[in-house]
Design a binder for this molecule. Structure first.
Ligand code: F6P
Length: 503
């Protein structure tokens, strides 16, 4: 049964009046300041969301009833916060913000990773020019995002991230690489993932076909199951472990960030961690709406629970952040796409909406029609960077940022028109995240913000964000294909597709 305090808090939230956005601004001259925060050189403007002071108060009561403070303390203390798997979630310790023991362990693993990087840089593996990072899901999306965002001008190793099992992906990732000067990094928390192990086997073949005498000597493993990597044939000195408590989608801060450090340098990797730690401290020290992760979660829940939003869209008005929506899809949907509470009871209300998005201004000319005039209001998030670092004159950047701001204004203002096709309903919510500059520190803080927001949403809903049993059934079914009895047990449509494809 739902906790009665929580039920009362939800009832109070549902009873809050729905105030149109423009009216909220008219009623409150302090609205921008009230719903904006500045943390770790990032401006967060949540004033164009449906939040009202009354709603914030009602959500504060929910946070109290859901014991957000207690759950947050448990997260940072390294206590069990993933009850279905009886595990802590120790990603904050990777940033030095966990308990002293976990922090020390994370530091020792970072040191081990750094020694290997120093050895590679010092020529212990010959003349290495490129890194083929093989991993999938949380073992790929984080490094891919960070390297794509910050590694564009880096004059270091050419790092390619290979995830998909499609052979086309392998061909593309290895295109133009010289196997003799490439190190292959197999990244898998479990070291059992079919895609990663199959791509690693292909990489070993690729190395030996090119005449690399000791292909296994070109392999590095990053895993929470080091024994399996050693069993696989990778020398223990090239196995970089990370903790069982580090979830895949929260893992870029751990040894999983090896490729990040190879692409950007150790100093940049440390700054990334420091930026995340700054966000950790903000979240740790601030309660209620002063905590940006909670404030954002209050807005998220207003949209999904009171306004029926089934998706939320994020547009990066900066090419360097084009992979942010992909990264957030896993973080938010794998964490909070659940139908039961942490103790296995039916949730009884919507959980995570679909996260999707793209890059501005491209998206304006493709999907914004629906955002402005579609039948449901989809909350939009704009992410942009103030400092211009591209090589073009200021006009490009001026137009880029101006467009992001104009879209938010248009979504909210709408426009009346006697011809329905030309009318914009308006009153559509958006939030804006404005980074002063894009560097390792600010990107670390930004990603940590999204992690804490996901945790805040989960806590207020009563969900365990750290398991992901929903991904298992499809994997099991795929394995059934390999044995005749398993195939026979599949449904007729699937059997027919298998036969047509000649599998
Ligand atoms: O199938 C989903 C998943 O388990 C993710 O949670 C994880 O990030 C990914 O697969 C990769 O898993 P691993 O790191 O164990 O290879």
């Amino acid at each position: 049964m739902a906790n009665p305090d929580r039920s009362a808090a939800w009832a109070a939230i549902a009873a809050q009046p729905r105030v149109p956005l423009l009216q909220s601004f008219e009623q409150d001259s302090e609205r921008v300041a009230r719903f904006s925060r500045y943390v770790a050189t990032i401006h967060f403007d949540w004033s164009k969301t449906y939040l009202t002071p009354g709603l914030v108060e009602a959500f504060d009561a929910l946070a109290e009833a859901a014991d957000y403070r207690g759950k947050r303390a448990a997260l940072f203390a390294g206590d069990i916060v993933n009850p279905t798997e009886q595990r802590p979630a120790t990603h904050v310790a990777e940033r030095g913000e966990g308990n002293p023991e976990d922090n020390a362990l994370a530091l020792a693993r970072h040191k081990r990773m750094r020694s290997l990087i120093d050895a590679i840089e010092g020529g212990a593996f010959g003349d290495i020019e490129s890194i083929l990072h093989i991993g999938i899901g949380g073992s790929a999306l984080g490094p891919d995002l960070i390297i794509d965002a910050l590694g564009r001008d880096a004059d270091r190793y050419d790092v390619r991230v290979l995830s998909n099992i499609d052979g086309e992906a392998f061909d593309q990732a290895t295109w133009g690489l010289d196997p003799a000067s490439t190190l292959v990094v197999g990244v898998s928390k479990t070291f059992t993932t079919t895609e990663t192990l199959t791509n690693m086997a292909a990489a070993i073949e690729w190395l030996s076909e090119a005449g690399v005498a000791d292909p296994y000597g070109h392999l590095i493993a990053v895993t929470a199951a080091p024994d399996k990597a050693v069993e696989y044939g990778i020398d223990e000195s090239r196995v970089l472990p990370f903790g069982e408590g580090v979830g895949g989608r929260y893992s870029l801060w751990s040894s999983v960030g090896f490729s990040i450090a190879m692409a950007l340098g150790w100093g940049a990797f440390e700054e990334l961690l420091e930026g995340a730690a700054e966000m950790d401290r903000h979240v740790k020290l601030n309660d209620g709406a002063a905590n940006i992760a909670l404030l954002a979660a209050y807005a998220d829940l207003t949209e999904t629970q009171l306004r029926g939003a089934q998706s939320r869209a994020l547009f990066a008005y900066d090419e360097r952040l084009r992979l942010l929506p992909d990264y957030l899809q896993q973080l938010e949907m794998e964490s909070n796409g659940k139908s039961v509470t942490a103790d296995g009871q039916p949730l009884g209300r919507p959980s995570a909406p679909v996260t999707w998005g793209g890059v501005g201004t491209d998206a304006q000319h493709a999907v914004f029609q629906l955002l402005h005039q579609g039948t449901t209001a989809i909350p939009v998030e704009f992410v942009a960077v103030i400092e211009n670092e591209d090589s073009m004159d200021a006009r490009h950047h001026h137009l880029l940022l101006g467009n992001a701001f104009a879209q938010g204004a248009a979504l909210m203002a709408g426009r009346k028109h006697e011809d329905g096709a030309r009318a914009y309903p308006g009153d559509r919510p958006s939030a804006t995240v404005l980074l002063e500059r894009l560097d390792p520190r600010s990107l670390g803080a930004l990603v940590a913000f999204y992690e804490h927001r996901t945790f805040a949403n989960a806590t207020l809903l009563g969900i365990n964000p750290f398991d992901q049993f929903g991904v298992e059934l499809g994997k099991e079914m795929a394995k059934k294909l390999d044995d005749p009895e398993g195939r026979a047990a599949l449904d007729p449509s699937t059997r027919d597709l298998i036969a047509r494809a000649g599998l």
